[in-house]
Design a binder for this molecule. Structure first.
Ligand code: NAG
Length: 475
């Protein structure tokens, strides 16, 4: 399927001599090919050969070949003779896209899949639910998309500061959107062709104002617009979450289901009679343990369905669930704590991986959430903290860039924030640290930006980088 969908240039390529051929060979596992994503690529004047033990490896060999092809006059391309053995450093190489704060269409997602796969990214984590809008059709709970997916202002910032109301989809001024289950199937089929696994995130117990506006009985107060956390004392909360996750698992084949877990306020739990009763019955010492009770129960549910739980590093609070994987975002401490206790971790610390930060001097940039993360800083990141033993380091499953879009209302702006920084992260995720070179990467990133522009993307123009962060917003 992928070969059918290849970019025009390769489909139209003709080898000059009929004996010149492109071979894609699946071969038995060898030490040369240690992972299913490894490949060898050999280009001689007579033949191009890619070997791998799986389709994924052949796919990555193809991406490298496409990147090496140089235009050589009208409609033809040349590739220099080369012999490459290549293997990824990390099995998990991801981008998270927040589609709640501002909705992204399925066409936009597919366009990003094209670019991400070209740079050998293999996970797309979709932040599908948050206060700003629920983005996934759930047949059992129609209000999630008839109501909680629509708000009064298309711009998050104005809406957030101005009353935070949701509207029915057919009310005048309703702004938002969601993916139907068919849209998701379409996205997933496209992602699969590009060897990208899509990981759905359903937020709990917090960042859930939109759910609690639609189904207020799931909150501690029982009233809309009062709480952001689910009531953990209420059995209905678990019925709801398990019903939602059942539909999510029917749609998404990913091993991981992301359950959020970040930034719960937990304050309503302290006075809610149901939460207090739960704490007493379950011998829970504090609200952290109450959160952990919910995460443990949800993990059991996911594990019973053959899935693994993934969550932001707050899932460590009150005791981590036995099989959970931690996504370490508030620095590296969460990831370190996870691997030290034998859990997997995915590194995504804000200081290196948060693509919603400024990438250049603020006065030259559209407003961002704060923080300064230029390309070079992303490139220098090492996802394995120096303090880890070799055994612990093996539990670092990979690295991910996160794009939260509170301040990023248009698709062009989303691309501007992703590229080229995601290319730096792709190299962090794939290449052995000793093979990295900033100056070499910088040169390649400049031409990659031009290439992305030619393909219709809107990357930050790296050739115009000012490269400093003045304290003032003025030049
Ligand atoms: C955090 C929140 C996220 C927000 C982002 C902005 C996580 C896991 N949680 O406050 O909802 O959009 O940072 O950078 O990042």
């Amino acid at each position: 399927n992928y070969l059918k969908a290849l970019p025009v240039q390769l489909k139209e390529a003709r080898m000059k001599d009929r004996k010149q051929m492109l071979f894609l060979l699946i071969t038995p596992k060898t030490t040369q090919l240690p992972s299913p994503e490894s490949y060898t690529l050999s280009v001689t004047p007579q033949r191009i050969e890619i070997r791998a033990t799986s389709g994924a490896g052949l796919f990555y060999g193809m991406q490298t070949l496409l990147q090496l092809m140089q235009p050589a006059g009208t409609g033809s391309y040349s590739v220099a003779s080369v012999k490459i053995e290549d293997t990824p450093r990390f099995a998990y190489r991801g981008l998270m896209l927040d589609v709640s704060r501002h909705f992204s269409t399925k066409e936009f997602i597919k366009k990003q899949i094209d670019a991400l796969a070209y740079y050998k990214i293999n996970r797309l984590h979709l932040h599908l639910t948050d206060a700003a809008g629920w983005r996934l059709e759930i047949k059992k709970y129609p209000l999630l998309t008839d109501f909680a997916a629509w708000r009064t202002d298309p711009t998050w910032k104005k809406w957030w500061n101005g009353g935070r109301k949701y509207l029915r989809y057919d009310e005048p001024g309703a702004s938002g959107g969601y993916y139907t289950q068919d849209d998701i199937r379409e996205i997933l089929a496209y992602a699969r062709q590009h060897y990208i696994t899509v990981i759905p995130e359903i937020e709990m117990p917090s960042h859930s104002e939109e759910v609690l506006a639609a189904y207020p009985q799931l909150s501690c107060s029982g009233e809309p617009y009062k709480n952001s956390d689910f009531c953990v004392g209420n059995e209905e909360t678990f019925t709801f979450l398990e019903n939602v996750l059942t539909e999510v698992m029917e749609l998404f084949p990913s091993e991981y289901i992301h359950v959020g877990g970040d930034e719960a306020g937990k304050s309503a739990w302290k006075t809610c009679p149901k939460c207090q009763k739960r704490m007493k019955d379950e011998h829970l010492a504090n609200v952290d343990e109450l959160q952990s009770y919910l995460i443990h129960r949800i993990e059991k549910f996911l594990n019973n369905h053959g899935r693994r739980l993934l969550g932001w590093d707050e899932i460590l609070q009150g005791g981590i669930a036995p099989n959970a994987t931690v996504m370490s975002w508030r620095g590296e401490e969460g990831g370190i704590a996870a691997v030290t206790s034998g859990h997997h971790a995915i590194m995504t610390p804000g200081a290196y991986c948060y693509l919603d930060s400024y990438q250049d001097a603020p006065y030259s940039q559209p407003e961002a959430i704060g923080g300064y993360l230029p390309l070079k800083k992303v490139y220098t990141y090492d996802p394995v903290p120096a303090s880890l033993t070799a055994e612990q380091a093996k539990l670092v499953y990979g690295v991910q860039g996160n794009l939260w879009v509170e301040y990023i209302p248009t698709p062009e702006h989303v691309e501007y924030m992703i590229y080229p920084r995601m290319l730096a992260l792709a190299e962090v995720a794939w290449s052995a640290p000793e093979r990295k070179s900033w100056s070499d990467f910088h040169t390649r990133a400049l031409s990659a930006v031009a290439d992305l522009q030619k393909k219709g993307y809107h990357p930050f123009d790296l050739s115009k980088e000012i490269g400093s962060r003045p304290e003032s917003l003025q030049p």
